[in-house]
Write a protein that binds this ligand. Structure first.
Ligand SMILES: CC(C)(COP(=O)(O)OP(=O)(O)OC[C@H]1O[C@@H](n2cnc3c(N)ncnc32)[C@H](O)[C@@H]1OP(=O)(O)O)[C@@H](O)C(=O)NCCC(=O)NCCS
Length: 161
């Protein structure tokens, strides 16, 4: 991609913009996810767009990053309240940047845009969850100032009793 990765800083990419996802972005979102995970799931992404890109838009945010009309990545977040007794907080549950657009600040721009929407809705806490061994995501979230929170995750296999 041309924007080039010649940029010294994302803040110099005047063309970079973050906007709400549109239905016509979903093919690119699904394609990016398939390239990263090796699993194509277009119906899943269409459903996510339906739920997070078209309804309750004061609480659900499906954002796309683009430069000169070129899709670069996306992020999805939602305000959730009183789950596990916690007051309303913003959850970031997906963020993905095209491999050839990484390390130029696109992820940071998506992250900040999501935080901005949460703040505007009166939210003062952001949460996310990631695999313990996902060092890339951990480095990214740490670079944004995120640290371990007060909760722990528990799970068990639901085998036949
Ligand atoms: C994590 C991700 C979103 C970062 O996007 P990005 O546009 O490259 O991020 P930025 O350029 O804004 O980087 C911000 C900071 O994150 C950290 N970071 C980003 N990529 C990194 C890497 N490969 N190694 C170490 N730190 C990294 C750095 O601290 C960086 O700041 P710096 O460039 O000043 O060192 C991107 O790598 C990605 O999409 N990875 C795959 C994510 C994924 O699997 N998503 C699916 C599940 S939700």
């Amino acid at each position: 991609m041309a924007v080039a990765r010649a940029l010294a800083s994302p803040h110099e990419d005047a063309a970079l913009s973050i906007r709400p996802a549109r239905a016509e972005d979903i093919a690119a979102v699904s394609e990016l996810d398939a390239a990263i995970t090796g699993l194509a799931k277009p119906a899943y992404w269409r459903d996510l767009f339906e739920r997070y890109g078209t309804r309750r838009q004061d609480q659900r945010f499906f954002l796309v990053a683009e430069s000169d009309g070129e899709f670069l990545g996306f992020a999805i977040g939602e305000i959730r309240a009183w789950e596990f007794g916690a007051p309303p907080c913003g959850w970031l549950f997906a963020i993905d940047v095209k491999p050839d657009a990484r390390l130029t600040g696109v992820g940071t721009a998506l992250f900040h845009a999501l935080c901005e929407r949460f703040r505007a809705a009166g939210i003062d806490k952001l949460r996310t969850m990631l695999a313990r061994d996902n060092h890339l995501m951990l480095s990214f979230f740490r670079s944004q100032g995120m640290m371990a929170g007060p909760s722990i995750q528990l799970e068990m296999a639901l085998d036949d009793p």
